[in-house]
Design a binder for this molecule. Sequence first.
Ligand SMILES: Nc1ncnc2c1ncn2[C@@H]1O[C@H](COP(=O)(O)OP(=O)(O)OP(=O)(O)O)[C@@H](O)[C@H]1O
Ligand SMILES: [Mg+2]
Length: 250
Amino acid sequence: MIEVKNLIKSFDENEIVKNVSTTFVKGKTNLIIGQSGSGKTVLLKCLLGLYAPDSGEIIYDGVSNKMMNDSNKTLLRREMGMVFQGSALFDSMTVLENVQFPLTMLTEKGDDEIRQRAEIAIQRVELEKDYKKLPSELSGGMQKRVAIARAIVMNPKYLFCDEPNSGLDPKTAIIIDKLIQEITKEFNITTIINSHDMNSVMEIGEKILFLVNGEKNWEGTNKEIFKTDNQSISDFVYSSELLKKVKKYL
Ligand SMILES: Nc1ncnc2c1ncn2[C@@H]1O[C@H](COP(=O)(O)OP(=O)(O)OP(=O)(O)O)[C@@H](O)[C@H]1O
Ligand SMILES: [Mg+2]
């Protein structure tokens, strides 16, 4: 579980994340949603420790960022997996080498164990037939699956995904969402996903934080969205034409 208390992050004079407090639940897919520029990536990068907040607190399973020294922070980083927009794979490395990379870089494990653990992660995303291929030989959805395998190979407690299904067709996007959700449950990970995809909201929005201009405007579950009288979240969700149609049948 990650608790966020009164988090503020500015760049120069611009306050981007504005006094956000929330909780991201363990074993669930937590979504941060909001318009482009609403501060989703900046918030995620604060949670990842890539940006230092101006003020506020982030508590990782009971341990506050304020109590951590540099070596605590390094250890925490090893408990985090990341899937970024565009997969960010190494082009010159095979699937297997990409997935092995965090283990090679960050652990002292021997070659056999590294290979074994990478193979388990690759099997989990069903790419065992493709482990020798280069990213350029894979489809977009397969590349995302490699990125997911690489993110889980270190057995993370926390998984951060920034727009994991961007650039995918809707059907593949749902497959990737579902895969992330299954892995989250299987390994009891606290998963946080930035998204502006309404399919994701409906399919895997077990906990949703809705940001408007860097502020928390609404939070709840995907089911609660249908019942809320909060106009901003309703407008945001129902601005999708498909959902307007769906709502007529509810
Ligand atoms: N490193 C930075 N320095 C200065 N301003 C930044 C920096 N990173 C982000 N911003 C600003 O913070 C605001 C929020 O950006 P952010 O990337 O978090 O939006 P977002 O919600 O992730 O949008 P999108 O859906 O397009 O990815 C934007 O106005 C952006 O210009
Ligand atoms: Mg973003």
